[in-house]
Design a protein around this ligand. Structure first.
Ligand code: 8YV
Length: 318
């Protein structure tokens, strides 16, 4: 639908829907177009843009844009856009899916059942999991998705703590029924810790061996943000030792590769970066990317006013 709308205004590159571009291939493809819709696996930086005098808009099919070098794009006069907000609720839903699945061992139990192991009466103490209700939910990174994760906790009667660089206004804390604490307190007190941070150089391995050791013994870690936030080798060690009871991961340090030690552990729920993947949300993300492309190229009803620019100063300089 979104591409059909785009097609009414621009000439679409027939090969546009390739999945993964090698850097050199991406550089060549970008050299021949005025705008491109890219995904997280497309790294757009100074090298990709070298010698490109034509490109004007890059629309990222994601809210996170650690695959884009915004400084390089701005220097090159290329407008960069992302897809914030339209995916908040769907991604928050998915954080809960992973939290529940990891804590209650849904994946491992299903694999066990499908493998034909349920042949007799279940032992009373088989498949014991970790409760959510009545426990403390910790949220590291309290942007729009983090807030949506927090709001859902009231139905589970959970206490919600969060840590963020800056404290949220009281009105939002009230809406989310969440209390700001420092990071050490968050790690120490959370029974379930969800990562919803953007990935920046400062946040690399924000959860490493030292932080895992500070977490409550038997707690559950969920990462729906970016793989590089967690030291995967240290996480595997913490799971094997029982320091963490379980983990739910949608993102990985080196996607699509998953750390082999994590693949071995039945107490980890693994999914292939699909947090925003509901039909409605992906449709809205695609439409927003198209809105940004058209407006960034000066076309359509929002010409010159892209809805979600990352570096709007490029437009002012034009
Ligand atoms: C991806 C995401 O965009 O928005 C983000 O930052 O990580 C996801 O929503 C999605 O997986 C499509 O690549």
């Amino acid at each position: 639908e979104a591409l059909a709308r785009l097609d009414q205004h621009v000439t679409l590159d027939a090969e546009a829907i390739e999945r993964v571009h090698a850097p050199e291939q991406l550089r060549e493809r970008l050299a021949g177009v005025d705008a491109a819709i890219v995904s997280l696996s497309d790294r757009v930086d100074a090298a990709t843009l070298a010698g490109n005098g034509r490109l004007r808009v890059i629309a990222n099919l994601a809210v996170g844009y650690n695959n884009l070098d915004i400084e390089a794009l701005t220097r090159a006069g290329v407008l960069a856009c992302n897809t914030p907000d339209v995916l908040n609720e769907t991604t928050a839903d998915y954080a809960w899916a992973l939290m529940l699945a990891a804590a209650r061992r849904v994946g491992a139990a299903e694999r066990w059942l499908r493998a034909g192991h349920w042949t007799g009466a279940m032992r009373f103490d088989d498949w014991l999991g970790v409760d959510l209700h009545g426990k403390t939910l910790g949220i590291l990174g309290m942007g729009r998705i983090g807030q949506a994760v927090a709001r859902r906790a009231s139905g589970f009667d959970m206490r919600v703590l969060y840590h963020n660089r800056s404290r949220l206004p009281e009105s939002i804390e009230r809406q989310c029924a969440a209390r700001w604490v420092d990071q050490a307190t968050l790690l120490r007190e959370s029974d379930h810790l969800v990562l919803v941070l953007p990935y920046t150089p400062e946040n690399h391995h924000v959860i490493g061996a030292a932080e895992l050791a500070q977490m409550k013994r038997g707690s559950v870690l969920v990462n729906i943000a970016r793989g590089g936030l967690v030291d995967e080798a240290a996480l595997a060690t913490a799971l094997v030792s029982g320091q963490l009871a379980a983990a739910g991961l949608d993102v990985y340090e080196d996607e699509p590769a998953v750390h082999p030690a994590l693949l071995e552990l039945e107490q980890v729920v693994l999914s292939p970066h699909m947090g925003s993947a509901s039909a409605d949300t992906r449709r809205n993300m695609a439409q927003l990317a198209v809105d940004n492309v058209l407006a960034g190229l000066g076309l359509g009803s929002q010409a010159g006013h892209p809805p979600t620019p990352i570096n709007p100063q490029v437009l002012h300089a034009r």
